[in-house]
Design a protein around this ligand. Structure first.
Ligand code: ATP
Length: 396
């Protein structure tokens, strides 16, 4: 799904952050695969100029800042970018760089598609029943970062206000409580629900499922559900009445069970920030783990979008050429689709399907293959490029 009104020239500049840890291994592989796909799909009539921007440990070493202003400015200017994994700097009160980027650009829609590639290790019996997309609101909820350390001035003042002025009596141990706030707004709700519905309509999906805890948190998660239904009725009424679109709701606990037992019942899922975090990992685990799951952070109104590998820096395997580049490569496919370069994205996805079918995998997803050929990060990338440029056969 593309942002409304996004005009994409044939030769584009894409800012990218290599990232920390295995970022240095997977990013070059990813760029080579994307370049080969774009060249193949458009006979050289379209191209990407990659613009490296700094963030993370390398940026800190060079400039003394983990997320330099120029990096945010580049994403602002070029609208669409790609990001490897970033290590969250240690230290009290230091926020995740990925979250800082999302906030700086108001990237409210965290989009996580999940599908199974034949042959990948999975702990469930029928992983091929998973083919869905999760939309996680990512600027609100308890993840908005409105909380105070216990004993801090603001924390104390908030406690006094809650207990004194509001006469809130439900705080069990008022003298020793830390507080955080869960904001959920109508605008925030409506814009993420709109994304999910537009995605369903443009991807031939009928069902959009709201996952919530509205039965317990009636005035926040409950409001999320009510605002969602109201907006859908107002803006998508004809789709609802014709049956082209079915909007339903389920509580998060029931959903997490159903996500494992009956994932085929779901096409598009939309949820608040914390639920979305848990739900994404439940699906990722079933389709091969974090190495196989891409993500995009998008603002469909401004067009700003950063696509990313969803795993961390994987310090335990750094420098060994064993990391799976698929999360980042599939994120790049999301980016290509977002740019309207679907032909190139399809070429890569087909190459991944065929390569994995041939039993060529990285180590993290290899052990279910009877005749597996476990290869390194770089070699896996080469196999994809070969697959795209030489038809269906891989040259080993
Ligand atoms: P961070 O501190 O950045 O959150 P983490 O180690 O807590 O990192 P991940 O980096 O996501 O979390 O790693 C979790 C596990 O998954 C590690 O064992 C790691 O080696 C493995 N892993 C993560 N990404 C990949 C990948 N692309 N390919 C193979 N294994 C991976």
């Amino acid at each position: 799904m593309t942002s409304k009104g996004l005009k994409v020239p044939d030769d584009i500049t894409v800012p990218f952050i290599t990232g920390d840890g295995i970022g240095k291994e997977i990013m070059p592989v990813c760029k080579a695969v994307v370049d080969a796909a774009v060249k193949q799909a458009y006979n050289g009539n379209r191209s990407i100029e990659w613009l490296e921007v700094m963030a993370g440990q390398e940026a800190f070493k060079q400039n003394g800042a983990y997320l330099p202003d120029e990096t945010i400015a580049a994403f602002r200017e070029y609208l669409v970018g790609l990001k490897g994994p970033l290590k969250t700097p240690s230290g009290r009160g230091v926020r995740s760089l990925s979250i800082m980027l999302r906030q700086a650009l108001d990237l409210y829609a965290c989009q996580r598609p999940f599908r199974y590639f034949y042959g990948v290790t999975s702990p469930v019996k029928y992983p091929d029943r998973i083919n869905l997309c999760v939309f996680r609101e990512s600027t609100e909820d308890v993840y908005a970062g409105i909380e105070w350390p216990f004993g801090s001035e603001k924390g104390k003042r908030f406690g006094e206000f809650l207990l004194g002025e509001l006469k809130e009596e439900k705080v069990r141990f008022p003298e020793s409580t830390a507080f955080g706030v869960k904001p959920i707004s109508r605008e925030g709700t409506e814009r993420i629900i709109r994304c999910a519905i537009d995605y369903a309509l443009s991807h031939n999906r009928r069902s959009v499922t709201l996952v919530h805890n509205g039965n317990i948190m009636k005035y926040t998660e409950g409001a999320f559900v009510n605002w969602a239904y109201d907006m859908a009725e107002r803006e998508y009424g004809t789709y609802l009445s014709s049956g082209r679109l079915v909007l339903s709701g389920i509580t998060c606990d029931a959903f997490l069970q159903s996500a494992i037992l009956h994932p085929e019942e779901y096409g598009v899922i939309v949820t608040s920030n914390l639920n979305g975090d848990y739900i994404s990992d439940v699906f990722a685990a079933q389709v091969g783990g974090v190495g196989m799951s891409p993500g995009g952070n998008i603002n469909y109104e401004t067009g700003h979008a950063i696509f990313e590998a969803t795993h961390g820096v994987a310090s335990d395997i750094v420098g060994r050429n064993v990391a799976n580049p698929c999360s980042l490569i599939l994120a790049a496919c999301m980016m290509l689709e977002y740019l309207g370069w679907k032909e190139a994205a399809d070429l890569i996805v087909t190459a991944i399907e065929r390569t994995l079918r041939q039993g060529i995998t990285t180590a993290d997803i290899a052990d279910s293959f009877k005749h597996g050929n476990c290869v390194g990060t770089k070699e896996f990338g080469d196999a994809l490029v070969n697959m795209m440029t030489s038809g269906t056969r891989v040259i080993r």
